[in-house]
Design a protein around this ligand. Structure first.
Ligand SMILES: Nc1ncnc2c1ncn2[C@@H]1O[C@H](COP(=O)(O)OP(=O)(O)OP(=O)(O)O)[C@@H](O)[C@H]1O
Ligand SMILES: [Mg+2]
Length: 417
């Protein structure tokens, strides 16, 4: 392994910026070689997108790897447009895709290779609709399955798409939306089964898919996708990453400094390791002192990692959580998390006390709380402990407390409780 590493740029990392994960990549490749469809799951910022991109890079001599980001897709038709555009870098596949979509692309079919990707996407979206996406999608899968090499189809942000289909702009689940979601997932399932062995599909996203499907009672639609879990880095990988970054940027860690950073983080989510290093580097650079000692770790953690810019990261967590849980339920989830952040754990007594404060249409508070806890556990916010539910990541807990703690009186300390 190299002993230098450049900092991440943009969202994901590949190639020389990608650190470790050798065992994960080997197991991932093995499962793909066996022909499995995978559901790649992990807490936020664990490196799911990076793992998919890096796997695609390393497997490209054996598979035609097609990466599709569905973050901007609102409907199955949008997703088909995205999928079609993603074949563009693959000459033969793109030619056949254009053939399959000839009537949709009509007037630009002749000049399409000179047209920008954005324009092609717009045309495809305009021509695809609720009535034709499934048949066009089947054709597209047919094209992929007939390619000379097996296809590895990496679908990122599927849960965002599914959540959009299921709940629309106003974030409400209706029977029609549920039916459309069912139709889309059943279509994906049918194609994944029909082309097994020719096409491997990996599904991932920054929020969990299972909690969303559970709400819609559609979990069975993805049970042919095997879960593949990505864990935080262990101590060795994290220290190795910090030292490689330090080597690259001329930071000189004094005895025990990297170990102390890892201990302070507690849970080494790759993005947080990278963030911590970049704060240390900025400080060294500013003070023109490239030595960094273990005794300075706490200060950088307190003043830099927990600064307002640090916990601005949380906005993303909150938005995604609100998207999954819906606007009515989100305030209760927020309060449960804030209790865990402020008091250290979300105890049974607090859960019971909070039941007096909320009411929901058509659902008991108990059921809503069960659902919330399931989502929070599944998406890696909280984990059970003998004291009650506690944050998985001490950093996320500290962020949460810094952001919401000042406005929160613990439930059992309130006069009315
Ligand atoms: N293998 C890795 N080597 C180095 N840095 C990594 C690695 N994996 C993740 N990171 C760091 O974490 C950041 C987030 O990575 P990535 O976008 O792949 O995570 P994700 O799990 O897809 O996040 P999200 O939950 O937001 O979708 C990267 O920008 C990088 O800083
Ligand atoms: Mg991602």
């Amino acid at each position: 392994m190299t002993n230098t590493l450049r900092q991440a740029e943009g969202n994901y990392v590949v190639g020389e910026r990608f650190w470790d994960r050798e065992n994960d990549l080997a197991l991932f490749a093995k499962r793909i070689d066996e022909g499995a469809h995978l559901l790649l799951v992990a807490q936020r910022r664990m490196g799911k997108t990076s793992l998919m991109r890096e796997a695609a890079r390393r497997l490209e001599n054996r598979y035609i790897c097609i990466f599709v980001d569905l973050q901007q897709s609102r409907s199955p038709a949008d997703a088909m447009a995205e999928l079609s555009v993603a074949t563009r870098p693959h000459g033969t596949l793109w030619r056949k895709t254009k053939g399959a979509f000839a009537n949709v692309l009509k007037n630009i079919a002749g000049v399409i290779d000179d047209v920008e990707v954005g324009e092609v996407r717009v045309r495809l979206r305009a021509g695809l609709n609720a009535g034709n996406w499934a048949a066009k999608g089947d054709e597209l899968f047919g094209v992929l399955a007939a390619s000379e090499r097996p296809v590895l189809l990496l679908l990122d942000e599927v849960p965002i798409l599914v959540n959009n289909i299921l709940k629309g702009e106003d974030r409400r689940m209706t029977p029609e939306r549920r039916a459309r979601t069912d139709e889309f997932l059943s279509w994906l399932r049918r194609n994944s089964l029909e082309h097994q062995g020719h096409i491997r599909i990996v599904v991932s996203g920054s929020i969990g898919l299972e909690p969303i499907l559970r709400q819609a009672k559609l979990s069975a639609t993805i049970n042919n996708f095997a879960p593949f879990e990505l864990k935080p880095w262990d101590e060795d990988a994290s220290i190795g990453c910090l030292e490689a970054l330090a080597n690259e940027y001329g930071v000189c860690f004094q005895e025990g400094a990297a170990t102390e950073m890892v201990r302070r983080l507690g849970c080494c989510i790759p993005h947080h390791v990278q963030m911590f290093f970049s704060r240390v580097y900025a400080r060294c650079f500013r003070t023109r002192k490239m030595d960094f000692s273990a005794s300075e770790v706490e200060e950088v953690y307190r003043t830099e990692m927990l600064s307002i810019r640090g916990h601005a990261e949380l906005t993303h967590y909150e938005e995604r959580l609100e998207g999954v849980l819906g606007r009515e339920v989100f305030p209760l989830a927020l309060e449960m998390l804030t209790e865990a952040a402020v008091t250290g754990s979300l105890t049974r007594e607090v859960i019971l006390a909070l039941q007096k404060d909320y009411a929901f249409e058509g659902q008991s508070v108990v059921d809503v709380q069960k659902e919330i806890l399931w989502v929070l556990e599944h998406d890696g916010y909280l984990k059970p402990s003998p004291q009650g539910h506690v944050f998985v990541s001490p950093l996320v807990r500290d962020w949460w407390q810094a952001r919401h703690g000042a406005f929160h009186t613990p439930r059992l300390a309130r006069k009315e409780s």
